[in-house]
Ligand binder design. Sequence first.
Ligand SMILES: Cc1cc2nc3c(=O)[nH]c(=O)nc-3n(C[C@H](O)[C@H](O)[C@H](O)COP(=O)(O)OP(=O)(O)OC[C@H]3O[C@@H](n4cnc5c(N)ncnc54)[C@H](O)[C@@H]3O)c2cc1C
Length: 384
Amino acid sequence: MESCVHEFDVIVVGAGIMGSSTAYQTAKRGHKTLLLEQFDFLHHRGSSHGESRTIRATYPEDYYGPLVLESYKLWLQAESEIGYNVYFKAHQLDMGQETDRVVQAVVGSCRKNELGHRVLTREQVEQEYSGRIKIPEGWVGLVTEHGGVIKPTKAVSMFQTLALQNGAVLRDNMEVTEIKRDEVRGGIWVGVANGERFWGKKCVVTVGAWTKRLVKTVGGFELPIQPLETSVCYWRIKEGHEARFAIGGDFPTFASYGVAVHGGYPCDPDKRPWGPGNPLAPLKEWIEQTFSGVVDSGGPVATQLCMYSMTPDEDYVIDFIGGEFGKDVVIGGGFSGHGFKLSPVVGRILADLALSGQAKGVELKHFRIARFQENPQGNLKDFL
Ligand SMILES: Cc1cc2nc3c(=O)[nH]c(=O)nc-3n(C[C@H](O)[C@H](O)[C@H](O)COP(=O)(O)OP(=O)(O)OC[C@H]3O[C@@H](n4cnc5c(N)ncnc54)[C@H](O)[C@@H]3O)c2cc1C
């Protein structure tokens, strides 16, 4: 007979930002929650660690904008519960060639979502930011209110603390090796490498770059999620100019379309190369040109390695694993290098799916697993 300390309403596997935010949601709603992590909590071997992630509502795909707006509210809600800040507001500047189809799609989705925005010429961008940002001839800038920076490790810690305060059980150094149906009483058995087993009515799998492997073991099918090793670089602002670029002032967070640094090297998450990081030459040149020589483009002062979990269409996977598990096991993965900002709403959705079998007020068709059976490349995007 298993002891009742091993029985839960929801077992969440993987304590990166997605699992931690999900555990917070289920615990806060009064459900007995267990959060399991294979490494130490707040480790640096996944995708959710470090000093900064940006948040923006300017997506070429119009279905992300409303989710970002909900996330802003949920970030503020969680901050008010914990009593400190993990999100720091700024304007967002997107920049790219006026004729670029992605830039045009971003403007189109702002219009469709009625998201306040301004499209600026090259000269207007220079004026708007008092010469701190320069864009090339033929480029435009798109400014919205909805930008900012999130502190990732602090945010993961915040959700874990809030989950704990709401009664969740958190266990680290617990590698989940099996997830099985309980054929006798229903529900799910979750087995850990050390031999422990836990029973849950429902299970949520949020294992980042390990998703393909665990889903293959548990569900017997291959999800097209490719881990990439990539890096975040931090650059020094030259002496005397720091305040003009600081968080809390009028300097924006930004995204530049057409700078080929959003990528990385395919990797096995358990046999990482741990370097060399992304090529720096194009980035150095871009920094020198864009920030009028005020940011030291000689090289980053710090670099942090991290993993992306890429789907072919760069859309998330949020769905039930299906098969013999029906609606009892939910997957959240394939966040393709842009999931952090949306983690509060992803946690809300994963909790909804696990607890009630459906997500309130959200269209999840773009995030279904079945899209890869219909087309191995996933969702079609007319701006690519
Ligand atoms: C360099 C970089 C920059 C980024 N910039 C941005 C940005 O500016 N804005 C943005 O929105 N997003 C950004 N992202 C993306 C964002 O950080 C990720 O989408 C997000 O962190 C993914 O979180 P996750 O919880 O899915 O994965 P992870 O953080 O990897 O968490 C998964 C966890 O599951 C655990 N696990 C795996 N297998 C098991 C198992 N069998 N048993 C138990 N535990 C297990 C892992 O150890 C890990 O802790 C960036 C990512 C990187 C790498």
